[in-house]
Design a protein around this ligand. Structure first.
Ligand SMILES: Cc1cc2nc3c(=O)[nH]c(=O)nc-3n(C[C@H](O)[C@H](O)[C@H](O)COP(=O)(O)O)c2cc1C
Length: 411
């Protein structure tokens, strides 16, 4: 850039990044096998299609990227388009390490270049041309073959946080607060993955979007837990839902929450007691039991209807009514030695440095008929994880994958 052009520039680097961070990208992993025999992979948000005749795609690696220096020597490349549930793969491949490919599932393609398991689509190509463009290359690749492997929604990256198209929660995904929620959830991600694996259940991070709604910012599944697309799902803060969050909020928020339940004195007293217990115990347990299974399923249907998008006032009232009938599940329980427990969920709060609930960690789809010892084990592990996430928030640590993204994006 000449000095004249420099003088004409009416923005600084921070503005450049800030503005361009408002443009979302997909996430791909470009892979190849180096002539020395080692697989190579790089996470790239700048992938794009360029031309049909001839078929050309492109991506833009930084000139200083050591990974790209090896990738450009690979005789063939594969572009792996990541799916919304592959944040783990994105993390593994974005953090510098020699053994990245030991931690993700992959198969060699006919050229040897790694094809990652569960990617949405794969594009087989070869590097054709490189154009130097400032501190990046525009790398043009000739396409040899391509296919859709798993037609699910792709992973998105936006303002330093993950996102995804979610047919259920599209409005939440466009929200600035949702981006913050995703950022927070990223800190808790390794913990929920570990908890899900350890107990063979579903583990999730919930964050509040407003005083009326929470959202599922991330979830992990293991064992027999059924996999749902929950990212961005809206959850109403209507009694008895959201007690862990509300119990530690201001008196006004607690009052507003109780006011959404029937005005009946007994019902109101019950919810106030519930909040007190949750505050005292530091967790919320929902007990279903064999008899309650049908009712519990109704509650989930109501929550799903709520999550499906803004409801008409009458439908919202109906959903609220169904939920308000569910208070039995939310009665406090004592954990006694010779009792077996059928739990619907366990939730614990994660506090930010200011003492506010930043997010909630939740275990669901837990094995039924659990002993007191097992339930205490779940609670202890969840509370330990919450304390660790809380400490990370205090230290202002950002996750390694965001550091990788920032160090590239900020260069
Ligand atoms: C979502 C996401 C998108 C990224 N997009 C690019 C990109 O388009 N170009 C690039 O050079 N690096 C990009 N990076 C950073 C690289 O993946 C990563 O920092 C790099 O491979 C680190 O190692 P290296 O400097 O040894 O190559 C991205 C990272 C993330 C998490």
């Amino acid at each position: 850039m000449t000095q004249d052009q420099q003088l004409e520039r009416r923005f600084d680097a921070a503005t450049f990044r800030e503005v361009l961070g408002h443009y979302p990208t997909g996430v791909v992993v470009v892979t190849g096998v180096h002539p020395d025999g080692d697989p190579v992979g790089m996470v790239v948000g700048t992938f794009s299609s360029v031309s049909l005749e001839p078929a050309i795609v492109s991506f833009m690696p930084g000139v200083g990227s050591g990974t790209y220096a090896r990738l450009r020597e690979c005789p063939a490349l594969v572009i792996n388009v990541l799916a919304h549930d592959q944040t783990d793969v994105c993390r593994t491949m974005a953090i510098p390490a020699d053994d990245k490919f030991d931690h993700v599932g992959w198969q060699p393609s006919s050229t040897g270049a790694p094809v990652l398991d569960d990617a949405v689509a794969i594009i087989h190509c070869r590097l054709d041309q490189e154009v130097l463009a400032g501190d990046h290359y525009i790398t043009l690749c000739a396409v040899d073959d391509l296919e859709i492997v798993r037609p699910v929604t792709p992973l998105l990256f936006f303002q330093g946080g993950y996102g995804g198209f979610n047919p259920k929660g599209l409005s939440a995904l466009g929200d600035g607060d949702f981006i913050e929620a995703l950022r927070l959830a990223e800190t808790a991600r390794p913990h929920i993955r570990r908890l899900a694996d350890r107990y063979g259940c579903e583990a999730a991070v919930l964050t509040a979007l407003s005083e009326d709604e929470m959202t599922t910012a991330d979830s992990a599944y293991a064992g027999t837990a059924e996999v749902y697309e929950r990212l961005g799902e809206r959850i109403p803060l209507i009694p008895p839902i959201g007690d862990v969050y509300v119990a530690h909020a201001s008196q006004e928020v607690q009052d507003a929450w109780c006011a959404k339940a029937p005005a009946d004195e007994e019902v109101q007293a019950r919810y106030r007691r519930r909040l007190e217990t949750v505050r005292r115990d530091g967790y919320s347990v929902v007990q279903v039991g064999a008899v309650g299974a049908v009712q519990y399923a109704r509650m989930h249907e109501a929550l799903e209807e709520y999550a499906s998008g803004p409801l008409t006032p009458s439908r919202e009232r109906a959903v609220r009514e169904v939920l308000s009938e569910m208070s039995d599940f939310f009665e406090p329980i004592d954990i006694c030695e010779d009792t077996r427990y059928d739990l619907g969920s366990i939730m614990v709060p994660v506090f930010d440095p200011g003492g506010t609930v930043a997010m909630v960690l939740r275990l669901t789809q837990l094995p039924q008929g659990a002993s007191a010892h097992t339930v205490r084990g779940w609670l202890g592990a969840l509370q330990e994880a919450a304390a660790e996430v809380s400490t990370s928030l205090r230290g202002g640590e950002s996750s390694e994958v965001l550091q990788a993204y920032r160090s590239w994006f900020m260069m």
